[in-house]
Design a protein around this ligand. Structure first.
Ligand code: DGY
Length: 327
């Protein structure tokens, strides 16, 4: 029997072509807006498998309605939109797409770091507003990054790539904090493991690369920012709820830190009147970390392969809850 796959939006053709070749019956949501959760549930009810992404709400309610799904393959490395415990209880394997976007996301973190250090987005806006002004030897000044200390919160695949960029370009010292030590990365980067408070105290640039969990939610709050250097730059390209957005804005206004570069906000989309958008030392992007042709193509291939290998009784290459398939 042919399997019906619900594809929650238009993903790159590379992966879709692989699914089509395997003779699955695909229903692709073609509208220029994501499905509401009710629409997703209604559609998923008549399908065997789902290809979805980070803004599709795959919570307990969805899973209770759609416990018949044989596999859910997520087009993303993060899966905080999915209730993994519930999926595991219902025996639904969850695929994901790790590493496909590591280079692309590290580029965005690295780019934001430089953009904040030199106030690039703000200065761009001054031109639009007719305020180029004159050459002022003491005006519009940024800071340099050479020989500074980079603190990584979550030294995994993307964190390592960010650290490599900073080490190679600016000879930065690397310190990090993780749940578990990453000895390979320590060797590769000559990185030192530090406690969370030390990461806050010592980092000139602090870049977040961890997953969003109950332990990391709002961990960067007022008390954390107050421990940081007044010259520090805070970068988050992981998930918005890891920082407390009002506390972050307050920290910059109060001079607790120098500035911030965000590719993720809380909520998303960010409201256009958010005070952070008008601050001099702030650069914000609309969650485009994985937004390169190369990364998105590879993500679509990995997401498709999870489904193809599952139905071919091969080992599913990238799975969040492998215990479901073992039992
Ligand atoms: C991911 O894959 O989790 C990214 O946030 C998508 O850009």
């Amino acid at each position: 029997m042919k399997k019906n796959i619900l594809v929650s939006r238009q993903y790159p053709r590379e992966g879709i072509r692989l699914l089509e070749k395997e003779d699955f019956l695909l229903t692709i949501w073609e509208k220029q807006r994501p499905m509401t959760q009710n629409e997703l549930i209604e559609q998923a009810k008549t399908h065997h498998a789902l290809l979805c992404t980070l803004t599709d709400k795959i919570d307990k309610h969805f899973l209770e309605q759609c416990r018949h799904l044989e596999i859910i393959s997520q087009f993303a490395v993060g899966y905080d939109n999915i209730d993994i415990a519930a999926a595991t209880r219902f025996g639904i394997p969850i695929g994901f797409t790790p590493d496909a976007m590591s280079e692309a996301t590290a580029d965005i973190a690295f780019g934001l770091m430089i953009a904040v250090a030199r106030k690039m987005f703000f200065l761009h806006k001054t031109i639009i507003n007719g305020q180029w002004g004159y050459f002022n030897p003491t005006g519009k000044l940024g800071v340099e990054l050479k020989n500074k200390t980079l603190g990584i919160f979550g030294l995994g695949r993307i964190g390592v790539k960010m650290a490599q960029r900073c080490k190679n370009a600016y000879n930065m010292d690397i310190i990090y904090h993780n749940r578990t030590r990453n000895k390979d990365a320590e060797k590769l980067l000559n990185a030192s493991y530090v406690e969370f408070d030390d990461l806050l105290l010592k980092s000139d640039v602090l870049s977040v690369h961890c997953a969003l969990t109950s332990a990391t939610k709002k961990i960067f709050n007022r008390s954390a920012f107050q421990k940081m250097k007044p010259s520090a730059i805070f970068i988050n390209t992981a998930r918005g709820p890891i920082h407390h957005e009002k506390d972050l804005a307050h920290a910059i206004q109060a001079g607790d830190i120098w500035g911030t570069g965000l590719d993720v906000t809380n909520p998303e989309p960010m409201q256009k009147d958010n005070p952070l958008l008008f601050m001099e030392n702030v650069c914000i992007l609309p969650h485009v970390g994985s937004g390169t042709i190369e990364a998105r193509n590879q993500m679509s291939v990995l997401a498709a392969m999870n489904i193809i290998d599952f139905y071919s009784n091969r080992q599913v290459p990238h799975i969040v809850n492998p215990e479901v398939l073992e039992s």
